[in-house]
Design a protein around this ligand. Structure first.
Ligand SMILES: Cc1cc2nc3c(=O)[nH]c(=O)nc-3n(C[C@H](O)[C@H](O)[C@H](O)COP(=O)(O)OP(=O)(O)OC[C@H]3O[C@@H](n4cnc5c(N)ncnc54)[C@H](O)[C@@H]3O)c2cc1C
Ligand code: SF4
Length: 477
């Protein structure tokens, strides 16, 4: 085995410049911070034991070469670290910020497993790519040879954008269609800015635009433009529309005013961060300020809602979830963040109905965990006689998302879907039942993660290229 270079161990306490030191060296805060971030990244990177059994890499959906870019970072060779990191990931600075690392790379770090605390892989990944942007190492996409074939991508979320990026690099003419006014999908209008700053997303969109990717915004496919028209215009089509149908609440009063969908609430909050005028915020209907907010659900969307409500100045924020803390689908790290910010979690609690219109209380029934269901998870059961009322003047439904019925909405008969309504597509290639039509991301997997959408987009781009090359070869015969 090749000899590994010696790593310099960085001690953050020792290497972090002191305030006095900064004053003496006439430095401003940004410089101090940059030095601190650099020392911190190196400190973390140098903690990697280069164990030779990179479970972190195996558990990263993109199989990022984590040990190598950690080693380069520890040695201060950041440009090389960036080159390794971006070779497998279209948006490393985004994944570094918002991947649930505790369930992926970091949760499988051998140092974590041996009880010494994980190497903070995500924050090093973010640091490397942010530094690359600052230093001009992130180059515009350069196309070696233009091709006359074109691809239409429906949906400008991470799945569609990752596919567009790879296809454009291969010289294809790429048009992305999206019903929103800005590209980015849930990166732009779902995930809050305190987790993912919007300029970080927008500079990627700019990069794609500058490289020749065409964006057709405010275009709701199925309404403003038919799927068949897109199919007729392009040599291949990638469907990347995500999942947006909100699972609904049942029970008396569930349609009262003041009971809103998480996606609407978060979209409004994100639009504000762009400086847009948003009537639903101004008129108070999607504004938590001064309100008793109850969020229903235990996933990451619920966590984003509670933390947004805290930032909007809610009087109180409670989260109701029908199972217990150990069985919630959301990241434990996010729950801890929310608790530290003042959110109160009511575990084993489910809504039975709602009082008032506009709503003024949630009727809550207490639950206990019973026998495991078919999936092996313990089913929540109602505890009779333990109901109570929880005061609320804004109730946010965050119970998860389901796919819209695309074949019906778009009037496409041959597009096969699964029994869950997701588009049926080969996992490795994204090929659907229609010739030349591929699908990626949440619309195939159901509500999932950004990193999986990126992986699908990249894999699918390869398959689209193969398809178009074969089509060209047949045409030339
Ligand atoms: C609130 C929230 C927070 C999340 N937080 C995280 C997180 O922290 N980390 C993480 O990894 N994942 C997170 N996720 C999940 C992640 O955002 C998704 O898995 C990911 O965005 C899926 O990417 P996608 O490209 O498949 O779809 P999307 O990002 O949903 O993009 C789909 C795009 O298609 C467009 N579209 C849909 N239908 C049409 C149509 N008919 N015509 C034209 N355009 C259309 C939409 O406008 C949208 O722009 C979160 C999800 C939510 C809802
Ligand atoms: S992409 Fe996500 S899972 Fe992979 S190394 Fe980065 S943070 Fe970890």
């Amino acid at each position: 085995m090749a000899k590994q270079p010696m790593l310099k161990f960085v001690n953050i306490e020792r290497d972090m410049p002191s305030k006095r030191d900064a004053n003496l060296r006439n430095k401003d805060f940004n410089e101090i911070y940059a030095e601190y971030a650099d020392a911190k990244a190196k400190e973390q990177a140098s903690r990697c034991s280069q164990c030779g059994v990179p479970y972190c890499q195996a558990h990263c959906p993109l199989h990022n070469n984590i040990p190598d870019w950690l080693r380069m970072t520890a040695m201060g060779r950041l440009e090389e670290a960036y080159a390794i990191s971006q070779a497998t990931n279209t948006f490393p600075e985004i994944c570094g910020r918002i991947c649930p690392q505790d369930r992926l790379c970091e949760g499988n770090c051998v140092i974590e497993q041996s009880g010494h605390g994980t190497v903070t892989i995500g924050s090093v990944e973010k640091y490397i790519t942010d530094t690359a942007w600052e230093n001009g190492w992130v180059k515009p996409i350069s196309v070696m040879a233009e091709r006359d074939q074109s691809v239409g991508v429906i949906g400008a979320g991470p799945g569609g954008l990752a596919a567009a990026d790879m296809l454009r690099r291969a010289g294809l003419q790429v048009t992305v269609y999206d019903r929103y006014d800005r590209a980015g999908g849930l990166l732009t209008y779902g995930i809050p800015g305190f987790k993912l700053e919007k300029d970080v997303v927008m500079r990627r969109i700019d990069q794609l635009e500058q490289s020749g990717v065409e964006f057709v915004m405010n275009c709701n496919v199925g309404e403003d433009l038919s799927f068949d028209a897109i199919r007729g215009k392009h040599d291949a089509v990638v469907i990347a529309t995500g999942v947006y149908k909100t699972r609904d609440l049942e029970g008396p009063g569930a349609d009262a005013d003041g009971i809103v969908r998480a996606i609407d609430y978060l979209t409004v909050s994100n639009k504000l961060s762009f400086g847009d005028e948003v009537p639903e915020y101004e008129d108070g209907s999607l504004n938590a300020k001064g309100k008793k907010v109850v969020v229903i659900g235990g996933g990451d969307t619920a966590m984003d809602c509670v933390r947004t409500a805290i930032r909007q100045g809610a009087e109180s924020v409670k989260c109701l979830y029908r199972r217990d803390r150990a069985n919630m689908p959301g990241s434990q790290r996010e729950v801890q963040n929310a608790e530290e910010e003042g959110v109160i979690f009511e575990w084993l609690a489910a809504p039975k109905g709602f009082a008032g219109d506009p709503v003024n209380a949630v009727q809550v029934q207490k639950m206990r965990l019973g026998a495991p269901d078919a999936s092996g998870r313990q089913s929540p059961e109602v505890i009779e006689g333990a109901d109570y009322n929880e005061a609320a003047d804004l109730v946010i439904k965050a119970l998860g998302f389901e796919p819209e019925d695309l074949p019906k909405l778009w009037g496409v008969d041959g597009l096969e879907v699964t029994r869950w309504g997701t588009v049926k597509a080969e996992f490795k290639t994204g090929k659907t039942s229609l010739d030349g039509v591929f699908a990626v991301g949440d619309i195939v997997r159901g509500a999932s993660l950004v990193v999986w959408a990126i992986k699908d987009g990249r894999d699918c781009a390869d398959a689209v290229l193969t398809y178009l090359n074969e089509a060209r070869a047949v045409a030339a015969e």
